[in-house]
Design a protein around this ligand. Structure first.
Ligand code: G6P
Length: 447
């Protein structure tokens, strides 16, 4: 079975393969630092060998819990934000039928998301929608105290208990949180919810292969064993025993750092498959929150092509030449659809008649790559044989490993996120949260 692979041929016109190869010693050192746990943020390296450490018993426990929710719920609300949301949504949306949620007959609970915003209308409309539904909740928060998630959970817990009664609510509410601390843990233990632990040494943005992602993905009816299997493969392929030139994570980390040094300050992750939109979002947090520190770091941007070629295509083709593209290229679609012939040919499309729609998409991808490279945009391609659980597992681990290496190459701590506390402090001060009296006074004086 072939693995995902990285093609940097279209970077050669900007950075030579020799320059990338010269990164080998540095990358080797970064990988040793990760393996030996001797670098910055070394208390958050639980993700590094997580795939190979996941046991059959753990997967069975997750699947059994998922089955309870699938058997008892028409809807399951996944409550979480950031790393406690994006990985699950990325995988579920990548694997789901785009219109399944609209079908009269469902083959499992509809999955909806909450706790990832503070939208009053969003939450109102969600609670309205749930009024006549048997729904469950997966409450996901590593800290157990994130305001967005806690606020949504307070609403959902009450509604679930009001509608289903405390006993049934206890059956269909699951918490995924810290082993010991935080409000989510305290509430789950008091109410007797089934809980799963987010390991202390796995940061949120690296947690999709913990119950944070695996439970919602299993509830959605997808194969978490295959997902973990793919991640395990990439853990080996991107491991220290693989020669640099054959290690896609190493080459990707080296290439993006060299491009950054060359003034390419923005990386645009590109897909030509709309099901990958949330993979974009997951990747943005993983790289943005890991590298945006000390006044440096590649800005992670993302687009869905060919859709966004009609909105961002102009900027990418002719704007400031400080960008490079990384394209996730899915080789084979799941379904087959041909372009029909039309006798009148009023739309002039008969030149496509008989072709697979994906052939048109692939030519759009190739045409775009050539146009953007001609326009001065270096292009990397992550080639993925097909979009399934196994290869999503490979993609996840590939980007996680490359992120760890890349952050160390950049000279930052890839595993903390001190910057995210600033808005929270101001928000709590403005809301007069107890314990923020001084901050409240100070911030009011600024308004
Ligand atoms: O899982 P939680 O503790 O609720 O945190 C959810 C998210 O919010 C934090 O502020 C960080 O930005 C993220 O790294 C984290 O994934």
């Amino acid at each position: 079975m072939k693995n995902i692979s990285l093609n940097i041929d279209k970077v050669a016109g900007f950075v030579s393969k020799e320059t990338i190869a010269a990164y080998e010693p540095q990358v080797k050192a970064c990988m040793e630092t990760l393996e030996n746990g001797t670098g910055k943020g070394n208390d958050f390296l639980g993700w590094l060998h997580l795939p190979s450490s996941i046991t059959a018993g753990h997967l069975a426990d997750l699947k059994a819990t998922a089955q309870v929710l699938r058997d008892n719920c028409e809807v399951v609300v996944v409550a979480g934000i950031g790393g406690s949301y994006l990985g699950a949504r990325a995988v579920i949306e990548a694997l789901s039928n785009s219109f399944q949620w609209l079908k009269a007959k469902q083959n499992g609970p509809v999955i909806v998301f909450a706790g990832h915003n503070i939208g009053e209308d969003y939450l109102f409309e969600l609670t309205e929608y749930l009024k006549d539904k048997k729904f469950g909740v997966i409450n996901i928060s590593k800290s157990g105290t994130t305001t967005e998630t806690a606020l949504a959970f307070r609403l959902l817990k009450k509604q679930c208990e009001d509608q289903l009664g405390k006993e049934m609510a206890k059956k269909v509410i699951v918490a995924v949180t810290d082993a010991k601390k935080g409000a989510a843990r305290v509430t789950a233990d008091k109410e007797g919810y089934k809980t799963f632990i987010i390991p202390d040494n796995v940061g949120g943005r690296f947690s999709v292969l913990t119950p944070v992602g695996l439970l919602p993905i299993a509830v959605a009816g997808f194969d978490i064993e295959k997902l973990v299997e793919g991640a395990r493969t990439m853990e080996t392929v991107c491991g220290p025993a693989t020669p640099f030139a054959e290690n896609p994570a190493a080459v990707y980390a080296a290439t993006r750092n060299e491009l950054y040094k060359d003034g390419k300050k923005i990386e645009i992750l590109v897909n030509f498959n709309p099901k990958l939109h949330y993979m974009n979002e997951w990747w943005k947090q993983l790289y943005g929150e890991s590298e945006g520190k000390d006044g440096k770091g590649i800005y992670p941007s993302a687009v869905d092509f060919s859709t966004d070629l009609h909105s961002m295509g102009q900027w990418i083709q002719e704007g400031e030449r400080t960008i490079f593209e990384t394209v996730i290229s899915i080789e084979k679609p799941e379904h087959t659809l041909q372009v029909p012939s039309d006798g009148e040919n009023l739309d002039g499309l008969n030149f496509l008649a008989g072709k697979r729609v994906d052939e048109v998409n692939k030519m759009a991808e190739l045409g775009t790559q050539l146009a953007h490279v001609d326009g001065g945009v270096p292009n990397m391609r992550l080639i993925v044989p097909e979009l399934n659980e196994y290869y999503l597992g490979e993609i996840i681990y590939f980007f996680e490993k490359a992120c760890g290496i890349s952050g160390y190459l950049l000279g930052v701590n890839p595993f903390n996120q001190p910057g995210v506390e600033a808005y929270k402090k101001n928000m709590f001060a403005l809301l007069n949260k107890p314990g923020y009296e001084e901050e409240s006074k100070a911030i009011q004086a600024r308004l």
